[in-house]
Every structure is written in structure tokens, then in C-alpha cells.
Design a binder for this molecule. Sequence first.
Ligand code: CA
Length: 229
Amino acid sequence: MRILIVEDEQPLRSGLEDLLAAAGHEVATAADGRAALDLGLAEPFDLVVLDLMLPGVDGIEVCRRLRQARPEIAILMLTARGSEDDKVAGFGAGADDYLAKPFGVRELLARVEAFARRAGRRPQPPEVLEAAGCRIDLGRHEAQRGSEAVALTPREVGILRWLHRHRGRAVSRAELLENVWGASADLKTRTVDMTIAKLRQKIEPDPASPRIVVTVLGAGYAWGADDES
Ligand code: CA
């Protein structure tokens, strides 16, 4: 599985990274909530091992935003606090499982393996989309039209994932900011428009009259193409 470890205590973060990599998983790490959202919203992880007490954006908020943006992702919360209130708050924010520190290595591995079994049974959203003559590979961050392939940025991939998942309705700029950027207060909706303008240059047959990422007047953007795959 692709696993994101979010833990601000460096020794524990390294320990978890070594442990899960040794168990055969592809592991990335983040040391605070902001980095966790940046990575978690941009990359297709199967599981997030998420510490509750984090500097900046806390674990509950990271969990809530990741869950909203990526319903298919599994979230295992870790915390030093094992109180019933904390557990209920964690589950309320969308956590799938909970482990109180200090925990045994074997129990952690057993829980991770349980997620791996479930992930293997769950239908995964498509990683390759065919739209208006463009082949968009979300996993490899690449778009191909004819023989020409261009790289997509993590934000561009995030926008495409979100619009495709919610195809059939308009998506507001605020919704994209919250679910693709992780809603930093300093970001303006203009950021979305500029990113989409660049994205259209890469994927649209004619960026001046878009067919894949279409504008919905007064509402935002929508997935405009029929699935060809
Ligand atoms: Ca912590």
C-alpha cells in the first residue's frame, strides 16, 4: 500500500517509516498538519497513519479535510490520549481506526495489514481518464494528446480528480480551494482560475473553448467530457 505517516515526533516518525517500509509498503512522511494536507490531497495514498496532536493544523482537522476530499482513503489515528472523547472525535472526523500510544509494533502492523486486505477488495477510482481525445493518467501525473505527453502538477491532478468524481454537477472555486489546496485562508479564488487556465493549455483540444474542464457561469467549473474509457 501507499502509506502517508503524519507524526511530529521525529524518532517515532522515522521508526514508523522504517517499520512500514520493511513490511513492503511505499511510505511517505509529513511532520505537521499543513504538510500532511499538501501531500495527502495531491498524492493517491491508500492509508494515512495520522497523529492526533500536531503543530498548526491538528489531526482532527487533517482527518476531516482528507476524508471529505478522498472518501476512499483509509485513516488510522494515533494519539497519546486514549480517552473516549478523543476516540469519538476522531471517528466523527472520519477516522477508520484508532490506536492509543504507546502501542505495540505487532498490533500496528496487524491493523495496517487489515487495511491492506480491505483495500484489495475495494473498487478503486480510475487512474486513467480518456476525455475529448486526451488520455489523462492521474497516477503518473501525465496527459497525452496524440504523441505528445505533458506533465501535470499535483494541483492539476487534484482538480481533475475532484471534478471527475463529482461529474454531473458544478463545483465552486471555494470547494476546489478547500479540497484540492486544503483551504489556506491566504488563497484567493483567482488562484483556481489561473491554475485551471494552465491546465486547459495542457489537456484541452482548444483551450479557448474547453470541453473537459468547462466553466459554469455563476457557479464555478464542471467535468464536461463523457467518459470514453
Ligand atoms: Ca504529536
